[in-house]
Design a protein around this ligand. Structure first.
Ligand code: CTP
Length: 397
């Protein structure tokens, strides 16, 4: 039983919101609804009040204010879950900028960011695909808002394309699924490594790789959302996160930090792209281009996973990634065995539409009991959630 707050902005899909309210009420939840001025032209407060048995909240809150009744704060506190459906391009833009000029957007700002928030965009295809809307959606997704993407279909403007709000039944299932996933990792301590490592040559130059850290950060953030106590250890990366990050530079730095922290964790996920070699003699001063050739002697870095597997406790779960350009499955399974892992996530780094620096990935997850799960191309957040659920299923046996 949860308190569900539904914010409705002004789009034709607002006529489907009574069905969404009913789904939650039938499931035993309490529902309150905020209508923007335009939404109230598409669906009547009376319909929603009759269904929800609660008063519907309208935009008169700015003028009709009493000292005891600060509606946007009260509603934001009351709600366990906030769903904005349909979310118009305008409302999404206001959310991205933090503009609070009506009850719905003011409540959005007052709503604690750690509580679950879903939006269901609905608009004309061109509006949905406009770079402004795309940027705004990315911005709020990065802040942890769950986006239930629209589907293709015939739109109110008679265009056929993407932009139609998902059906209420699908929205209901997506919200319930997400929430059941929320507690899946409760009580578990998870260490995630992310990003590249860099190996100095001299004070100016270094050796590194193309990893952006996006996959590792997505896993760390999702693990937090799923209830885990997360430690993120990252090589150099420009990504922003609300998590505390321990920043490291080289492979040896990463190994040393992990040696101190690993004993205490239940799950280690090594998404970092660790440099395999380092320069044997790092120059203290900038190397001058005095000769035509520069010879660097590179020596092998320790294999962090292999080293840590020597001190692995009974019951700990170690997960590696395999970045492969060829023979993906064979190489991944080989690494699973050689590094004594419970699970390995294989990704094809030759594909330009996924992996390094992309927001998307497609992976195959192997575990040491012989199972194989293909996770089709999707946003890294979605891939992260599916990997974490697979790890949990492995733990549960
Ligand atoms: N890894 C590690 N220590 C290293 C190199 C890699 O712990 N020195 C980890 C990575 O974080 C990843 C897994 O091992 O989880 C596989 O990394 P990958 O780069 O795919 O393979 P390598 O072991 O480096 O082997 P190769 O470069 O030969 O493919």
């Amino acid at each position: 039983m949860s308190n569900i707050l539904i914010g409705v902005s002004g789009g034709i899909a607002a006529y489907k919101i009574p069905i969404l309210c009913r789904k939650f009420i039938q499931a035993g939840d309490s529902v309150k609804v905020i209508l923007t001025e335009n939404a109230a032209k598409f669906v009547t407060p009376l319909t929603l009040e009759t269904l929800t048995k609660n008063r519907v909240y309208l935009d008169d809150f700015l003028t009709d204010i009493s000292p005891r009744d600060i509606e946007h704060i009260d509603l934001a506190e009351w709600a366990d879950i906030f769903i904005i459906a349909p979310a118009t391009a305008n409302t999404i833009a206001k959310m991205a900028c933090g503009i609070a000029d009506n009850l719905l957007t003011s409540t959005y700002l007052a709503y604690k960011t750690e509580k679950p928030l879903f939006i269901c965009p609905a608009m004309n295809t061109n509006m949905y695909q406009n770079p402004a809307t795309v940027d705004n959606l990315n911005k709020i997704a990065q802040r942890g808002v769950n986006i239930i993407s629209p589907i293709e279909g015939e739109l109110a403007c008679k265009d056929v394309g993407i932009g139609k709000m998902q059906e209420p039944e699908i929205i209901f299932e997506a919200v319930k699924d997400k929430l059941s996933a929320c507690n899946v990792l409760n009580g578990l301590k998870v260490i995630v490594t992310a990003g590249p490592t860099i190996e100095d040559i001299d004070p100016v130059r270094y050796i590194s790789n193309r990893s952006s850290g996006k996959m590792g950060y997505a896993i760390a953030e999702m693990a937090k959302k799923m209830g885990a106590d997360v430690t993120l250890i990252s090589g150099p990366s420009n990504l922003k996160t609300s998590l505390n990050v321990t920043k490291v530079k080289s492979a040896i730095n990463m190994l040393n930090v992990l040696k101190q922290k690993v004993e205490d964790c239940d799950i280690l996920i090594m998404a970092a792209a660790v440099a395999d070699y380092r320069v044997e003699n790092i120059s203290d001063i900038k190397i001058k281009k005095s000769s035509n050739e520069l010879h660097l002697k590179l020596i092998k870095n320790p294999d962090i996973l292999f080293e840590l597997s020597k001190v692995k406790r009974e019951g700990q779960v170690f997960v590696g990634f395999a970045a492969e350009s060829n023979d993906l499955e064979e190489n991944a399974v080989l690494k699973l065995k050689m590094k004594n892992l419970d699970m390995i996530v294989a990704n094809d780094i030759k594909r330009e539409d996924i992996a390094f620096d992309s927001d998307y990935n497609e992976v195959i997850v192997f575990n040491k009991k012989g199972s194989k799960l293909t996770i089709k191309k999707d946003k890294k957040e979605v891939i992260a959630e599916k990997i974490l659920k697979e790890i949990k299923a492995y733990i549960n046996g």
